[in-house]
Design a protein around this ligand. Structure first.
Ligand code: FAD
Length: 439
């Protein structure tokens, strides 16, 4: 088999690249082939919070978050396919005892306003109005992004892949890249679990597995994987996010509680009923906007389709190293759930009474400066690396897809500043600083 481009990895980045690049290739003469060794979204993407915030201190990343949000928010209108976009709003909070964060919140909001993002500073009284049920002391400062929200991570990856296929991309699931054939410093093909593909261009976008795949080519870049934990609590039913527009269809059809019960007890045969339910579930409002709470050190977002709320740590400094991403320890101890309930209930007391819903471990692929590596791998012609999103890449995937497509076609990259993400920027002196999602 021959491919014009081989994309290795079916997460949000691989499928976004395929979706953006495929329309520019001839599917018969010069196909794009995406190989995914398991199922779509089986890496970090499937476990992602998929929060879409634009609150970034770096101008380059803030612009990408802004542009990508536009793509996510208009995706259904443009393509007829839903990625489950919800405009819940995003509130980033800093406390009165955090002068450095307060100053950073102010300067970031200035930067965002400069680049046309709808973000503004809000004080305690206004925060209480925007988020009913919140417990806020005077002196807390918020950065409010009315346009932010979240998408459904699995739906997003599935729909990006479906759109790529509709433009002629081939997605080969259950096919593992085993090695990249490099001759005289240039890519000439790849070996997979299902045979060879001749190609001169490979995009390695294998998330936590990228580091090992590069090492097999004799390349060692500073990427490492850690294990964040997430906890989920039931979403309080008495809270309503006034920012998210309610859909009257829900009121006409089922109460949300009844809906939750039916989803739990349905038989597989009731496919039509399930689909109708899913459509209704997608209309349950979130209980409150996304919270990024620097004072208590967590982030939280409602998952209204699943009637639950996700809570995770704001930084990953205490997350365990994962030397082999195939051996992720899936057992999350009770301490995570206790911490999650405690911090979220301090801010949103309604959570004190809610039941535990679930806990989950996952992978973050880190770089020393908490920003991704996107671009040519030094010393290998035809090999692009897209990895190391350091726990905050989902929101950037549309811009990444556009920019990598520009790179593949040898064009000037307009979707982002390629120097900022250059995989060779670290040189040999690598300093692994502390990480907090580029906030
Ligand atoms: C718990 C959690 C919460 C997050 N929350 C947010 C958030 O709220 N907002 C945000 O913007 N970002 C968030 N992120 C980060 C974001 O999800 C990631 O940056 C993004 O999903 C990375 O996507 P990816 O496609 O690069 O990697 P992945 O999704 O890991 O995809 C890599 C794929 O490559 C495949 N693969 C590996 N090896 C091979 C091989 N040899 N051959 C073929 N295929 C292979 C894997 O099976 C996998 O499917 C979160 C991440 C996690 C883990």
């Amino acid at each position: 088999m021959r491919a014009e481009v081989v994309v290795v990895g079916g997460g949000v980045m691989g499928t976004s690249i395929a979706m953006h690049a495929a329309p520019r290739l001839d599917p018969i003469e010069e196909p794009l082939v995406l190989v995914e060794r398991a199922a779509l979204a089986s890496g970090s993407s499937g476990r992602s919070g998929a929060i879409l915030r634009q609150h970034y201190a770096d101008r380059v990343v803030a612009r990408m978050a802004r542009d990508s949000l536009r793509e996510y928010a208009t995706f259904e209108q443009r393509t007829g396919r839903s990625v489950g976009f919800r405009n819940s709003g995003v509130m980033t909070l800093a406390g009165p005892a955090q002068p450095e964060w307060l100053a950073r919140l102010r300067s970031t909001v200035d930067l965002l306003q400069e680049i046309g993002v709808d973000s503004r500073l809000v004080e305690a009284a206004e925060i209480r109005k925007l988020i009913p049920g919140i417990d806020i002391d005077d002196g807390v400062l918020g950065a409010w992004e009315a346009g932010g929200g979240f998408v459904d991570p699995r739906k997003t990856v599935e729909e990006f892949a479906a759109l790529a296929r509709s433009h002629g991309a081939v997605t080969r699931l259950g096919v593992e890249l085993q090695s990249i054939d490099i001759q005289a410093g240039a890519v000439v093909g790849v070996e997979t679990s299902e045979g060879r593909i001749d190609t001169q261009r490979v995009v390695l976008v294998a998330g936590p597995w990228s580091h090992e795949l590069l090492r097999r080519c004799g390349i060692d870049l500073p990427l490492r994987t850690v294990r964040p934990e997430q906890h989920f609590l039931d979403m309080p039913r008495e809270l309503k996010n006034p920012h998210e527009v309610a859909d009257p269809i829900l009121d006409l059809a089922l109460g949300a509680e009844e809906l939750g019960r039916k989803i739990e007890t349905e038989e597989p045969a009731a496919r039509l009923e399930r689909e109708a339910m899913e459509r209704l579930a997608s209309r349950i409002e979130s209980a409150h906007p996304v919270l990024i709470d620097l004072e208590y050190g967590y982030y939280s977002r409602c998952e209204p389709d699943l009637l639950r709320t996700r809570i995770g740590h704001i930084d990953y400094d205490s997350d365990a190293e994962v030397p082999n991403p195939d051996q992720l320890d899936e057992d999350v101890g009770s301490a995570m759930g206790e911490w999650a309930r405690e911090v979220l209930a301090k801010r949103m007391p309604a959570y004190a009474q809610e039941k535990d819903a679930h806990s989950e471990a996952a992978w973050y692929t880190l770089t020393p400066d908490s920003q991704a590596m996107i671009g040519p791998v030094p010393g290998v012609q035809g090999l692009l690396l897209v990895s190391g999103f350091s726990g905050h890449g989902f929101k950037l995937a549309p811009s990444v897809g556009r920019g990598v497509t520009e790179m593949l076609f040898g064009e000037r990259v307009t979707a982002f500043d390629p120097d900022f993400f250059d995989p060779s920027r670290f040189g040999s002196a690598v300093d692994w600083g502390q990480g907090a999602f580029g906030l």
